[in-house]
Design a protein around this ligand. Structure first.
Ligand code: PLP
Length: 444
């Protein structure tokens, strides 16, 4: 920040933020008792800071959503202008800015996916995609993977296969399979291609055993993110597409985390030669400046609702502030070459830098990822692949924070997920911090 409070005023504001938070805010994903969240007062590009002026390089992207970086001036200005013109309007209207946002999203999607249903975030995008698939097919079951995260509402939480992460209050017609994960392959695979084939064979058997005529959808994250950045092996998604075609099953690709630059592509599916029936999106579409998500709908599913009503809707669907932020964010990403930049960073700087860390540090079991979407899987023992214990992961997190890096950790992994606009120098700075902390973990 160039101007701001003095250190003394800043300390007071930080203390006040903590006090109000403790008194009145009920936090997600947390036991409330012993919480001590960091204070974030501002940000710019890849950095955030508190009121006192302590700053961190944001290699968490908050919740892997600030793809365009913090406070991009064009997006901030577009929201301000839209607020001054038309701050809210019902979803039943034809608002120009909403149409412009939808056009920009469908232009980036594969041919034939030409309509957008807007939601308030990722989970309700998944809810509505599942509902569309069920109504379109007249079937009930949804197949997704154990290692997935699709959101924390009714059907989305059940589609999420990780029961450790979320409780199962709404299970109905959901089936889970083991998707590709070579490092911890359940069966015999030793190469990515074998693991892709293993996962496809398994999926085929589950679909046949469950009864294909009862299956509405196969729902997959194109690149499972929360579960560990599991880039699918070549051919896997095309194989799923063929299976869905054979049985009239709707293929839904969840691009909430992977979409809009994260993998160095507009959609992660662009690298996999596959066209799903529905795509869910949120996060990177406007970098979270205003809450929004949605479903991009292929023509066959869309045609199902030409004559009959789609019984879904939200008061803020296609909200003008969200739409304006999408238009500005996607235009800025195109004009500034941000998606190509993310791909280059992954290929030339971040990927090689992380691979070098894996060679130097025995605590790193595997590095995997693409673009600005990476994970370091940490192990106590490389031979047995025993995950690094929670206490060591907690230490990794606090040591990284102390070195000015805001990390994202999950289970035994450090997810390396900076904004798409991260610079070469910022990556170098982050690699230094990871290097120092991995040295501590090696010694431990
Ligand atoms: N789908 C995926 C792949 C996600 O990663 C997430 C959130 O991390 C969601 C859905 C849920 O999105 P939201 O938190 O916006 O509801």
């Amino acid at each position: 920040p160039t101007t701001g409070p003095t250190a003394v005023e800043g300390a007071g504001l930080d203390a006040r933020a903590r006090e109000l938070d403790r008194a009145h805010v009920f936090h997600s994903w947390s036991a409330q008792g012993a919480l001590s969240p960091m204070v974030v007062a501002g940000g710019l590009g890849s950095r955030v800071w508190d009121h006192e002026g302590r700053s961190w390089l944001d290699f968490s992207c908050q919740l892997v959503n600030v793809n365009i970086g913090h406070q991009h001036p064009k997006v901030v200005a577009a929201i301000q202008e839209q607020a001054a013109t038309l701050a809210t309007v019902a979803p039943s209207t034809a608002a120009l800015v909403r149409g412009e946002a939808a056009r920009r999203i469908t232009e980036r999607a594969p041919a034939g996916l030409d309509k957008v249903f807007f939601t308030n975030g990722g989970a309700d995008a998944v809810e509505n995609a599942i509902r569309m698939a069920r109504l379109h097919t007249g079937r009930d079951k949804v197949v997704s993977t154990y290692r997935s995260y699709h959101g924390n509402t009714g059907a989305a939480v059940v589609a999420t296969g990780d029961w450790r992460r979320v409780p199962n209050e709404f299970a109905r017609g959901h089936v889970h399979v083991f998707g590709p994960y070579l490092y911890r392959s359940e069966f015999w695979a030793t190469t990515p291609e074998e693991e892709g084939e293993r996962a496809l064979q398994h999926l085929r058997r589950v679909v046949e055993s469950e009864g294909p005529s009862g299956i509405a959808a196969v729902l997959l994250e194109t690149v499972p993110g929360t579960a560990g950045v599991l880039v699918p092996p070549p051919g896997y998604l095309a194989g799923v597409r063929a299976l869905c075609d054979r049985h009239g099953i709707v293929m839904i690709l969840d691009e909430v985390m992977a979409g809009f630059g994260r993998t160095g592509e507009w959609f992660a599916l662009d690298a996999h030669d596959v066209v799903p029936d529905l795509i869910t999106f949120a996060k990177g579409v406007n970098s979270g400046y205003v809450p929004v998500g949605g479903v991009v709908i292929g023509e066959e599913v869309a045609a199902s609702f030409d004559e009959r009503v789609f019984p879904g809707g939200l008061t803020y669907s296609g909200h003008p502030l969200a739409a304006a932020s999408i238009v500005a964010a996607l235009d800025a990403m195109a004009e500034e070459g941000i998606v190509d930049h993310a791909r280059r960073i992954g290929t030339d700087v971040l990927g090689p830098g992380l691979a070098a860390l894996a060679e130097r540090h025995r605590v790193v079991g595997e590095v995997r990822g693409v673009g600005v979407f990476w994970a370091l899987e940490l192990v106590a023992d490389r031979a047995t692949r025993e995950p690094l214990p929670a206490a060591s992961m907690a230490r990794a997190k606090s040591e990284l924070l102390a070195r000015g890096l805001l990390p994202l950790t999950a289970d035994n992994r450090i997810h390396v997920v900076p904004p798409c606009v991260v610079t070469d120098d910022e990556v170098a700075e982050a690699l230094e911090a990871y290097d120092a902390v991995l040295t501590l973990l090696d010694e431990e």
